[in-house]
Design a protein around this ligand. Structure first.
Ligand code: AVJ
Length: 318
């Protein structure tokens, strides 16, 4: 098994975010520790439409996607999660050569890699433990491949600020090399009621997921957050076209993080995540400025969720 472990340092952006006038935490904290499991639970909620919508789209269109991608592809997946969509993709492709899942949740990544090796012994599986939003190096493949397919489902692209999304997609283009394709899942839902149901679910799973960011800091950075002192809130910011995950302080309080004190007013929010919703026009612009162009777009019926199968911009081909 080849494995590239990369160190990442969360001190600076955590403290910088808490010192800012609009308090903010990096969203990767949500997915650390118990967060990976909590996010999988969100994905199984009825109210959380993106996962089941995307699964149905994959089910329906993977044969067509596999036709475009062709045989012996190397598949790279930043933020691979539990791997259900991956299995569908690898099964649909024509004799995929290798698969590189990149995830920060080490245990889940290794579990998923072991399951894939058992299910698809003919595919080379090369997990990478890393924060995929940081520059990283990929392991050298042992098997020959014809082209690289980057798989980025789940509307995870919505977690990036606009400039970061552009830089990230451009970096994927460089990472994947000349004969590359990208399969991107993106959500364009802008219905406030549907978003509220999905991001503030009645079972409180999203609330627990959100508070996990504080629990992580208590564990890893000696922070003193009392989880009961904060309320989960999901705000639809229409002008920025994003859902804002917030933790609202229920009282005036002072918390310590890495030895530094932070004051919170009663009702003051800490923003933990932005979930951008990209309209087709916004997505076309984002792709065009990051070295990609859509080859075929697959749109769901019930909600404006899409799979964007992309290839390099002609101008980028050398
Ligand atoms: C992982 C960013 C795709 O935006 O729907 C789900 C994260 N946050 N519920 C999303 C999330 C709260 C999710 N993404």
């Amino acid at each position: 098994m080849s494995l590239v472990a990369l160190r990442y340092d969360d001190d600076d952006d955590v403290l910088a975010g808490l010192r800012a006038p609009r308090k903010q935490l990096p969203c990767r904290l949500l997915y650390a520790g118990a967060g990976a499991e909590l996010f999988e639970r969100i994905c199984r909620l009825d109210a959380y439409y993106p996962t089941r919508t995307e699964l149905a789209l994959l089910e329906q269109h993977l044969p067509q996607i596999a036709h475009h991608v062709g045989p012996a592809a190397r598949v790279i997946e930043p933020g691979s999660g539990e791997g259900k969509k991956t299995r569908m993709l690898l099964r649909a492709l024509d004799a995929p050569s290798s698969y590189v899942p990149i995830d920060i949740a080490r245990d889940q990544l290794h579990r998923m890699a072991a399951q894939l090796r058992a299910a698809l012994p003919e595919v080379e599986i090369q997990p990478v433990v890393a924060d995929y939003s940081e520059p990283l190096e990929l392991p050298a493949p042992q098997r020959a491949f014809r082209r690289t397919l980057v798989f980025f489902p789940g509307s995870t692209i919505g977690n990036f600020e606009p400039g970061d999304a552009r830089r990230f997609l451009a970096r994927l283009a460089a990472l994947a090399g000349g004969d590359r394709m990208l399969l991107l899942g993106a959500d364009a839902t802008r219905d406030a009621a549907a978003l509220e149901r999905a991001y503030d679910d009645e079972h409180g799973v999203t609330a627990a997921f959100n508070k996990n960011a504080l629990a992580q800091l208590n564990r890893s950075r000696g922070a003193t957050f009392e989880l009961d002192g904060f309320a989960h809130r999901a705000v639809w910011n229409a002008s920025a076209s994003r859902v804002e995950m917030q933790l609202v302080s229920k009282r005036r309080q002072v918390v310590r993080v890495a030895g530094e004190l932070f004051k919170l007013a009663d009702g003051e929010p800490i923003v933990t995540e932005h979930c951008y919703k990209h309209t087709p026009a916004a997505m076309h612009a984002l792709l065009a400025t990051s070295g990609w162009r859509p080859r075929q777009v697959f749109t769901a019926q019930a909600t404006p969720f899409r799979l964007w199968l992309c290839e390099p911009l002609a101008a980028n081909r050398v």
